[in-house]
Design a protein around this ligand. Sequence first.
Ligand code: ZN
Length: 206
Amino acid sequence: MHSNDSLDIEPSAANRPSTADELAGLVRRQLALLGEDPDREGLLKTPARVAASLQWLTRGYQMSVREVVGDALFAEEHRSMVMVRDVEFYSMCEHHMLPFFGRVHVAYIPDGRIVGLSKLPRIVEMFARRLQVQERLTEQVAAAVEEVLQPSGVGVVVEAVHLCMMMRGVENQSSKTITSALRGVFREDAKTRAEFLNLAHAPSQR
Ligand code: ZN
């Protein structure tokens, strides 16, 4: 399992100004290799913009679960399913560095504590803002919720479309990829699993 090593990442060199300059230089070179003229007016500021955009889109590397959750953990005897549906996310596939995006549904059954509801989307955001594959994103969100809350169970469903498939004509344009990660009672108990999957796959209200 790869999930735990990514829970705490030291702030790296990725955000230093010199890194942005170096990235911009590489984008400039990329433009030239693609047959473009990096000195034409429309492209002059592109390398700096792409560098800044890439750093922003991968800022999840600078974040840790501990930081994101902070002190928003509360003792609570509630023992029924808590679910946040339709968390929108944007990520980039690690194979092509092209966007994939969609929705995440996260649920857990507390065992003595709950987390501030807004923290679940923030956990999703933290892992989505990295180079990803959808399967790992799904597992990492489940692992983080499990680590933070030690709940009776966790369920995560991710549904997404991948531009690397759509733009390159690899797949039917409307095909969606769905992944799920189930832990604890969500895996062991058929009734809990069915309740979760029904809620996760119910038509969106929006
Ligand atoms: Zn891809």
